[in-house]
Write a protein that binds this ligand. Structure first.
Ligand SMILES: Nc1ncnc2c1ncn2[C@@H]1O[C@H](COP(=O)(O)OP(=O)(O)OP(=O)(O)O)[C@@H](O)[C@H]1O
Ligand SMILES: [Mg+2]
Length: 474
């Protein structure tokens, strides 16, 4: 009774309640009317009894109606993703309680299912975000339904629901996407140049999903910017072309002279001496070239080799200077070495560091103005100057500055000196021999040691190449 009074206080008008009470009381009304018409009961008593029945019906229907209302409210709030407390309902009817429990279990079951689905979707999205290439999903109309972080970085943050053709106008790409979306092809792969994105070459792969997703995602598009791979491929083929060309030139010179010696100059002793001299020079050039090519390939192979030797740079420089003394003397150059006190040993590859020093001092002697000074300065430095995009070791380092006098090298040439096979036109014109590989070999070794190479050139001071090598690798 107490519960019913409490319910009454919270009861909201149920539009169906009066109807239900009246329908339930209808058979009694019919019964009383029959009894009255048969004069078996007076109308006053009938009315009183009928009123009692109506009251009784109201009382017995009230809790059911109230609890139905509570259940309805409860279910609605669950549907609206609120989490009401089922205890607050105070259900007294057994059936209503069981119904509430059943609804609760269904709700719990679906909640756990949705939660695990949410977690799965989040981790799938996180996995997709770690991929470096843009990935997009499209609906059957070509609208973007989902994408990863790389796609947002590439095309913009608000790409969802936009059509793919608002980002790309390249016909062959859009045609391939349409073909897959219309079900005419299961998957398409192509390389196209994206005119909207600096004409970057892009490898695109479009796949139709194997299942129907009720008008949602139909196809997956992955885009891979292949400009780096293509430029690497071009560099490699340029390198092979250059190397072959460089080898072919002296070979054709030598074979030309052999032919002349076999025919027209057969009995000409003077010509023979001159030609043999040139042939010797050409073979020397060829073996220098082959030596440089072998150095490059060795460096390529040992790229991941751990550096662990203790190298005494001053000792290496002394060795190189000894070996190149005669060459300097022949050009009337004064070769001087100055060094800081206590130059530490560095961790690296002795033979490779020998090669850096050799190539750079050799250049200074070769390209210096005759009768001048070539100076080598070894110093301790606290830090290697940084260079964008290079992995340079932090901490103490040793610098080796090699200076030679001569005309100023202009900016455009300075930037290209370490390119493979690059030689300045002035030096080609002066017929100074060289393969154009020495500096690129030195640069590669320096990068391998996580050091740096800088060049400065002024008309007053000449040209200075400075090699920085870290004392420790870690
Ligand atoms: N100290 C320097 N002074 C002026 N120009 C230089 C100097 N060092 C290099 N160069 C220029 O840079 C070019 C590339 O040098 P690099 O050492 O790579 O090749 P090379 O000396 O021509 O050939 P190699 O070293 O293989 O015999 C040279 O041809 C030259 O034009
Ligand atoms: Mg050189």
């Amino acid at each position: 009774m107490h519960h019913q009074i409490k319910s009454l206080l919270h009861f909201e008008r149920d539009s169906q309640f009066t109807k239900r009470v009246l329908i339930l009381s209808l058979p009694s009304a019919v019964l009383f009317l029959t009894l009255i018409s048969l004069n078996l009961l007076s109308p006053a008593i009938s009315l009183l009894c009928y009123a009692i029945i109506i009251l009784f019906n109201m009382f017995s229907l009230f809790p059911i109606s109230y609890e139905l209302q509570s259940l309805r409210k409860y279910t609605y709030s669950l549907a609206n993703e609120q989490t009401p407390d089922p205890q607050t309902m105070n259900l007294s009817e057994k059936d209503a309680r069981e119904l509430a429990n059943a609804i609760n279990s269904i709700h719990k079951f679906w909640k756990s299912q949705t939660d695990s689905l949410k977690i799965q979707t989040m981790s799938d999205a996180a996995v997709l975000d770690t991929l470096p290439d843009p990935i997009l999903t499209l609906d059957s109309q070509g609208n973007i339904t989902n994408c990863n972080q790389a796609a947002r970085n590439f095309l913009g943050n608000d790409i969802l629901s936009h059509n793919l053709d608002s980002y790309f106008s390249t016909n062959i790409f859009i045609a391939s996407v349409t073909k897959v979306l219309k079900g005419k092809s299961r998957s398409e792969s192509l390389i196209f140049h994206a005119s909207e994105y600096n004409n970057r070459p892009i490898y695109a792969h479009i796949t139709r999903l194997p299942w129907e997703t009720q008008g949602r995602t139909t196809a997956v598009v992955s885009l891979n910017d292949i400009s780096k791979a293509l430029s690497l491929e071009k560099m490699q083929s340029d390198f092979v072309a250059n190397a072959s060309h460089e080898l072919k030139t002296p070979l054709s010179v030598i074979s030309g002279f052999i032919e002349t010696l076999q025919t027209t100059a057969r009995d000409d002793a003077d010509a023979r001496d001159t030609f043999l001299g040139i042939m010797k020079e050409q073979t020397e050039y060829m073996s220098a070239l082959i030596e440089d090519l072998l150095s490059l390939s060795r460096l390529e192979m040992n790229r991941d080799k751990e550096l662990k030797e203790k190298v005494d740079i001053t000792e290496v420089i002394d060795d190189v200077v000894q070996a190149l003394k005669i060459k300097a003397f022949n050009r009337s150059l004064d070769l001087t070495v100055r060094e800081d006190k206590k130059i530490p040993k560095i961790i690296g590859d002795n033979q490779q560091i020998h090669q850096i020093v050799q190539n750079i001092i050799d250049n200074a002697i070769k390209y210096a103005q005759a009768n001048s000074e070539v100076s080598i300065e070894i110093k301790n430095v606290a830090q290697i100057p940084s260079a964008p995009g290079q992995n340079i070791a932090a901490g103490k380092a040793v610098s080796i500055a090699v200076n030679n006098k001569g005309p100023k090298i202009d900016k455009a040439d300075l930037a290209r000196l370490t390119e493979k096979f690059y030689r300045m036109q002035v030096h080609k014109d002066m017929k100074i021999k060289g393969t154009g590989l020495g500096l690129s070999i030195a640069k590669q070794i320096i990068l391998h040691h996580r050091g740096n190479l800088t060049v400065t050139s002024t008309s007053y001071n000449g040209t200075t190449f400075t090699v920085y090598l870290p004392v420790k690798q870690k």
